[in-house]
Write a protein that binds this ligand. Structure first.
Ligand SMILES: O=c1ccn([C@@H]2O[C@H](COP(=O)(O)O)[C@@H](O)[C@H]2O)c(=O)[nH]1
Length: 237
C-alpha cells in the first residue's frame, strides 16, 4: 500500500456541495472519511459519489447501541460498499460480536467484500484527567485503550481507533493483522483544536499505525491538495 493510501482525510463538512468542492480540489486523496455531520446531511448519495470516483470510503458513524440495533446498522453500511466502519468498543463484547457477524454475513449474502469493523477505544479528544475525573475510569489512558482494543480483537472485530500515542502498545498486544487507525494527527505548526492526544504524521506512522486520519489540517488549508501531499511526503520521509 502506498503512503497516499494510508492517509485518510476526514470530510467533516456541512453538505454535499462543500464536500464535492473539497474532493475536486484534492484529487491526490484516495481515501475519504465520511462522518456524522456529512452523512446526516447527505445520506448514502455522497458515498455513492465518492465510490463512483474510485475513492475508498471510511464511514465513521461510531455505532453505539444494543447488539440488534448495531447489527442492523452494520448490515446497512455493508450494503453501501464502504471499506471501513466504526463502532464504540464500550458497547461491550455482545455488541462487538454482533457488528462483526452482521458485516460478514451481509457481505456473504450479497457476494461483496465486507467492510473492516474498527472499535473506537478512547476518543482522542479525551485525556488522562477527563478520563479519571469525568468518566471515573482509574486505570489510565494506556491501560484503558489496551483493554478495549484487546476486547475488540477477542470479539472478532478487525481493528481499533486509538490515538497515535497508544499505537505501539496496541500493535504489540493485538498483533500485526489487527488494523490500527489513528486520528489526532497534527503536522508541525497546526493547532490541536479539540484534540488532546496527538502526534505528527511521521511519528504516528513510525509507531505502527496502518492508517492516519487527518481532517482540519487538510480541509481548512488554503491549498488542501498541497497540505495532503506535504503529509504524505512526511510519512514517506
Ligand atoms: O477518537 C477519535 C475518533 C474519531 N475521530 C475523528 O477523526 C477526525 C479528526 O479530525 P481533525 O480535524 O484532524 O481533528 C474527525 O472526523 C473525528 O470525528 C477523532 O478525531 N478521534
Amino acid at each position: 500500500m502506498g503512503s497516499a493510501e494510508r492517509v485518510i482525510v476526514a470530510l467533516d463538512l456541512a453538505d454535499a456541495q462543500a464536500a464535492h468542492a473539497l474532493v475536486e480540489r484534492a484529487p491526490a486523496v484516495r481515501f475519504w472519511k465520511v462522518g456524522l455531520e456529512l452523512f446526516t446531511a447527505t445520506g448514502p448519495a455522497l458515498i455513492e459519489w465518492l465510490k463512483a470516483r474510485g475513492c475508498r470510503v471510511f464511514l465513521d458513524l461510531k455505532f453505539h447501541d444494543i447488539p440488534n440495533t448495531v447489527a442492523g446498522a452494520c448490515r446497512s453500511a455493508t450494503r453501501l460498499g464502504v471499506d471501513l466502519i466504526t463502532v464504540h468498543a464500550t458497547g461491550g463484547q455482545p455488541m462487538l460480536m454482533a457488528a462483526a457477524a452482521a458485516c460478514t454475513g451481509e457481505a456473504a449474502r450479497l457476494g461483496i467484500p465486507a467492510p473492516a469493523v474498527l472499535a473506537v477505544t478512547l476518543l482522542t479528544s479525551l485525556d488522562a484527567q477527563l478520563l479519571e475525573q469525568q468518566l471515573l475510569v482509574r486505570v489510565g489512558v494506556s491501560g484503558y485503550v489496551e483493554h478495549l482494543a484487546a476486547l475488540a480483537a477477542a470479539s472478532g472485530v478487525q481493528g481499533a481507533v486509538c490515538s497515535p500515542l497508544e499505537t505501539a502498545l496496541l500493535r504489540e498486544r493485538c498483533g500485526n493483522d489487527f488494523l490500527i487507525v489513528t486520528p489526532g494527527i497534527r503536522p508541525g505548526g497546526s493547532g490541536e483544536g479539540d484534540q488532546r492526544r496527538t502526534l505528527t504524521p511521521g511519528e504516528a506512522l513510525a509507531r505502527g499505525a496502518d492508517y492516519l486520519v487527518v481532517g482540519r489540517p487538510v480541509t481548512t488549508a488554503p491549498d488542501p491538495q498541497a497540505a495532503f501531499l506535504a503529509i504524505v511526503a512526511e510519512v514517506d520521509g
